[in-house]
Design a protein around this ligand. Structure first.
Ligand code: ADP
Ligand code: MG
Length: 247
């Protein structure tokens, strides 16, 4: 990845609640990710991790509570504008199969940011180069490995120049041999100073890259702290049980 200045800003939630009908999925989530740091969210399936990320970029509106970027509430802002500040990468990368890699990355730049075609193209190539895929600009996603497709999805998000990046199990759908390359791209982004909130099952990544790990269970952050402390000396019985199952 060529180095480009990245200026992440702090992201926080305050007492976020969200229910789907009678199912109270988020039950008062507080988190604080300082600017230019990475926080990993771990926890069992169904604990609300994806829902939490979707609230942070306003794909979902919380019933109660607040979401702050750089210390300022964003719940009253235009969600489309907020989503340009907060990039998100999903488990299934959702690239357009009939468009080239280049066109997948320029689309948001021309349609959402209104950039002229040549500027969008230049920016797309720059960000594809950051993830090591500029040489694949003119192929279709189907000709790439799953890991390369996920790195295109990361480039697509980065091209919008977000201040925060959210990753929702970005490597969970990949064959094991492809996971490393995507995690390496994410680690480089963290090292460049992006603020990142990363839902992951990759405990090695959490340990080596994150400054903070948050353990979620039943819609709450049950335990949070520095990775070494959390993994070596979990305080709650629920985290002890979770770690004994995944490590
Ligand atoms: P995780 O990502 O930790 O596995 P999720 O946030 O995906 O958990 O889901 C938490 C709970 O919310 C689950 O019980 C799930 O069934 C429910 N849920 C998630 N999305 C929706 C939705 N769009 N409509 C109804 N229920 C949902
Ligand atoms: Mg999930």
């Amino acid at each position: 990845m060529t180095t480009a200045p990245v200026h992440g800003v702090a992201v926080a939630t305050r007492d976020v609640h969200l229910a789907f009908g009678a199912n109270r999925v988020l039950r008062g989530v507080d988190l604080e990710v300082p600017a230019a740091t990475t926080a990993c969210v771990i926890g069992p399936s169904g604990s609300g991790k994806s829902t939490l990320l979707r609230v942070v970029n306003r794909l979902l509106e919380p019933d109660r509570g607040d979401v702050l970027l750089d210390g300022r509430s964003v719940l009253r802002d235009n969600p489309d504008v907020l989503r340009q500040r907060v990039g998100m990468v999903f488990q299934h990368f959702n690239l357009f199969p009939h468009k080239t890699v280049r066109a997948n990355v320029t689309l948001g730049l021309t349609k959402l940011k209104g950039l002229p075609g040549d500027e969008a193209d230049e920016k797309a190539l720059h960000h594809l180069d950051r993830v090591g895929l500029a040489h694949k600009a003119d192929v279709r996603p189907g000709n790439l490995s799953g890991g390369q497709q996920q790195r295109v999805a990361i480039a697509r998000a980065l091209a919008m120049e977000p201040e925060v990046m959210l990753f929702d199990e970005a490597t969970s759908a990949l064959d094991p041999e492809l996971v490393k390359g995507v995690l390496a791209t994410m680690a480089e982004l963290a090292a460049e100073g992006m603020t990142m909130l990363v839902v992951t099952h990759e405990m090695g990544f959490a340990r080596s890259v994150a400054q903070q790990v948050l353990f979620m269970d039943h819609g709450r952050v049950v335990e949070a702290g520095a990775p070494d402390r959390l993994f070596e000396a979990p305080e709650t019985e629920r985290l002890q049980r979770f770690l004994s199952q995944v490590l």
